[in-house]
Design a binder for this molecule. Structure first.
Ligand code: NAD
Ligand code: UDP
Length: 312
């Protein structure tokens, strides 16, 4: 039997490594492309002996050619610290990277899925966010390199679809967490867990009343694969995330409780343009791919804490 060949860009990152692993377990051949900016070999070490797994060091801002049936375009730094480190590079990764992957998909007639983001909604004025909401993004703010890069990528995807019939899938991913998050990437769940396990102060930004809705990585990977498998006329965008909303103070308190840490909560200034609230409306995902998250926050946090206990 000929195996389905799947290219995963950003495959050595947090989400990408889980996706590669799941696709291999499903019996597919996986090409993992990464420039290792935020990705780590440790995330995929256990896959390297699999003859159906290939690791390619490459930067998607440069053209790339391969024969594949499907492309998951996940390459892009995702945490504010990392995407703001070199904002121009972040924009290039979303824009030139998308052009390169869309050009490849067009040439080889592959399906291509873009890992878009809830950040396209910016600091949302509509709550919860539905796919029809156009967003509230500051185009010259600190988060613009990421948000506007991802918005431009969405525009590129729909134009390649309309003009060139490229088979596209636009998925808007909401905050996701789990094992293999980078311990120093500054995202809230990894930050709080690492701080708690080291008995360091837990840094809540602002007064901690801002909200996010956190999806466990296994649920997210399931959503990615199910959406890729939809018929060609299903292009999205579709929100994938866990709609249960929590304040950052609640998250800090939960992590303190689950780790039994002696850390104190301290309050630091809220970063500029930090969205006040975020919660996906997932009725579209429920309808088109019969998807909804299965892992609750408490269980997911405990898994993630166990992972960091082992790796730190
Ligand atoms: P991550 O930083 O762990 O993974 C990104 C991967 O892309 C890394 O392995 C990195 O080395 C690689 N990469 C970055 N720039 C590249 C380039 N120019 N060429 C090749 N590889 C490059 O982040 P993640 O959380 O796994 O996110 C994966 C994707 O999902 C990203 O596109 C992100 O925007 C999107 N997303 C993630 C979340 C989340 O909560 N994790 C939320 C919304 C969207
Ligand atoms: N946050 C926090 N303390 C930290 C890191 C983040 O209070 O040490 C807050 C941050 O201000 C934001 C929320 O947690 O309101 C989620 O931040 P993250 O960077 O994880 O995701 P994003 O803001 O991109 O959704």
């Amino acid at each position: 039997m000929v195996k389905r060949r799947i290219l995963v860009t950003g495959g050595a990152g947090f989400l990408g490594s889980h996706l590669c692993e799941r696709l291999l377990n499903m019996g597919y051949e996986v090409y993992c492309l990464d420039n290792f900016f935020t990705g780590q070999k440790a995330n995929i070490l256990h896959l390297l002996n699999n003859p159906y797994f290939e690791l390619i060091r490459h930067d998607i801002t440069m053209p790339f050619f391969i024969e594949a049936d499907e492309i998951y375009n996940l390459a892009c730094p995702a945490s504010p610290i990392h995407y703001q480190y070199n904002g121009i590079k972040t924009i290039k990764t979303s824009v030139m990277g998308s052009i390169n992957m869309l050009g490849l998909a067009k040439r080889i007639k592959a399906k291509v899925l873009q890992a878009s983001t809830s950040e396209v909604y910016g600091d949302p004025l509509e709550h919860p966010q539905t796919e029809t909401y156009w967003g509230n993004v500051n185009p010259i703010g600190d988060r613009a390199c990421y948000d506007e890069g991802k918005r431009c990528a969405e525009a590129l995807f729909v134009n390649y679809h309309r003009q060139n019939n490229v088979r596209i899938k636009l998925m808007r991913i909401f905050n996701t967490y789990g094992p293999r998050m980078h311990p120093n990437d500054g995202r809230v769940i990894s930050n709080f867990i690492v701080q708690a396990l080291n008995n360091r102060n837990i840094t809540v930004f602002g007064d901690g009343s801002q909200t996010r809705s956190f999806c466990y990585v296994d649920d997210m990977v399931e959503g990615l694969i199910k959406f890729m498998d939809t018929p060609d006329d299903t292009v999205g965008p579709v929100n994938i995330g866990n709609p249960v909303e929590h304040s950052m103070l609640e998250i800090a308190e939960k992590i303190l409780r689950f780790t039994g840490s002696k850390s104190n909560i301290i309050f630091e200034p809220l970063p500029k343009d930090d969205p006040l609230k975020r919660k996906p409306d997932i009725s579209k995902a429920e309808k088109i791919i019969q998807w909804k998250p299965l892992v609750g926050l408490d269980d997911g946090l405990k898994e993630t804490i166990n992972y960091f206990k082992k790796t730190l």
